[in-house]
Each structure stands twice: as C-alpha cells, then as structure tokens.
Design a protein around this ligand. Sequence first.
Ligand code: AMP
Length: 331
Amino acid sequence: MSMPYVPPPPPDDEQSIFAHHQTGVNFHKYDEHFVQVSGPDPPNAIASFEDIDMNSLLAVNISKAGYFKPTPVQRYSIPIILAGRDLMACSQTGSGKTAAFLVPIVAQMMRDGVTATISKEQQEPECIIVAPTRELINQIFLEARKFVFGTGIRPVVVYGGTSRSHSIHQVMQGCSILCATLGRLLELIQNRTVGLQNVKYLVLDEADRMLDMGFSLDIKKLITFPDMPQKDKRQTVMFSATFPEEVQRLAGELLKTDVLFVVVGDMGGACCDVQQRILQVSQPLKTQKLIEILRITGDERTMVFVKTKVKADFIACFLCQLSIPATSIHG
Ligand code: AMP
C-alpha cells in the first residue's frame, strides 16, 4: 500500500511569502485590454490601490507583494466586491484575477474583524475558494498568504491526492479562508471538519474548467448543504474564461439577480500574444513532421502536448535517441 502523500509546507518566512514570481512577458499588455461591465448600478472602477478603503496593513502587504498598479480586472472587480455585490468575471489566467477577488475579500474580513478560531471541534471559514486543479488552488493559497500577512486571518489549502488526516490537521489549526479542490472540500464538510454556517464569501475560480472536468454535481452538492447560507446571505464570485450555456446556468443558480458582469478583452478568444499555425498531418507522418519542426527551432525551447502519458514518454525517448534533448512530465 502506498503512503498517503503529505505535501511539504511552503517556506513561511516573510521573504519567501512575498517572493515575486516573474509575470508573463506581456503582462503590461493587459493594461490595454478593453473592459466591459454590465448589470445594474455598477460602482466606479478604481485607478490605483490607494483608492481602496482598506486597513493600512493590507495596503502594506499589497505593496510588499510588488503590486503597484491594479490590472484591468482588478480595477473593475475590486470595487464591485467591496460594495458587497456578486460578480461574474471573464478574465484570463495571468491577468491578475486572483488578487482581484482576494484583495477586496481580505479588506472586508479585516473591516469586520475576522480571525481564525483555534480549539473548536469544527472550523467555520468565512471564505471558501474552489478551483479545478491542485496547482491552481495552491497558487491561490500562496497569493492569499501575502495579503493576510500579519492580520490573524488564516488561509488553509486542501486538495485531493494528499493525506486526508494532513488536510484535517491543517484546517483544525484554524481556518478563516479555505482554498480547496471540490472533492476534498466535500469530504471535509461531510466528516464535519468544516462547517458552512459562517460562509460569507464563496469564490469559484475557472468555473468553465470545473464543469468540463465533470464537477457539476459536486458544485450542486456544495451549495445545497443545509448549512450553506443561501445566495442572498453570502457573496458569490465566479471567474470563468468562457461563458457557455452550462456556465450561464450555474451562474443563474449561484449568483444574485443584481450580479455584475465584467469581461476583460475578448471572452474565450485565442491569446493574441501567440501566433498559432495549424498543420494538417496524417498519423504516420506526425513524428517526422515534429522532428522537422524541432530541427528548425534549433536551441529554442519547445513544449509538445500529447493525449496520453505513454505517448509523452514515448516521444521524449524517441527524441533523445535522435540527440534532441527532451524529457516528459505527466500526472
Ligand atoms: P493571476 O492572473 O492572478 O494568476 O496573476 C498573474 C501574476 O501576476 C501573478 O504572479 C501575480 O502575482 C501577478 N500580479 C497580479 N496582479 C498584479 C499587479 N497589480 N501588479 C503586479 N503583479 C501582479
């Protein structure tokens, strides 16, 4: 039997918490993105982080994180969430959407005086954030640690594929913001580690991807637990890169009728920073074509995406045999 995996804790000294990761090469281009807001009575966008009515500790944390100017999604979403409104936002990963919901939620939690309760039989987080993958939810958690630094608000991250007792232990040490993937979250609710009665903020990130991955029933389960506050008693924020019918239906179920809708750039459009070329190649000629392309790219680094783990391993081996240095990764 394999041992349950306990993820190593991330370093928690101040310098590591605020370590800056490099933003994408075209991060500044987001500034030019056109933003559309629809819905009743939207608040004005902010021009700078100084326009936010927030505790000075949060302001210091934002600047320690290296954020000096809000991105478009932040300019519009932060005042909407601060005004207590529900939000549906379409924005790409990399646009600064994580801080767009974390900053106003943390600002409101600090205003209302939230701290994590230790020594309770059950933890009742005020904020629950769900995302489709372990990588994404962990990234959200690492961002949350920056904004709550020194505030007494305790974020916790839990996800599947790791030791359940480790997740429980993390939560029981105190939890005011719970970042979770859906499966593990439902387990913790069902075994009464987590109670929902205090949920004031519910965030669903990458909602379209969650539905694509088959989490529709799990989302329903989450919002229909008897102790989950009704939608008029909580604030719900949804992010999605695309807005197909299923996402619209989910938004209709989860969000209040006076929801505000923010769209940054072209919704669901292909990324315009990347030139895309499509070559139609028959199955037996694919490998040959790949080698041809790689010979032309020379020392440029290349990523090759395939459908299966076996194929990834096979191609990596095959390329190495041809002295094209390659490696493979997969789940
Ligand atoms: P996200 O879209 O939330 O994944 O953010 C993409 C990256 O941009 C992350 O590394 C953030 O830390 C960074 N970031 C987000 N907002 C800002 C900002 N206003 N100024 C500088 N960096 C930011």
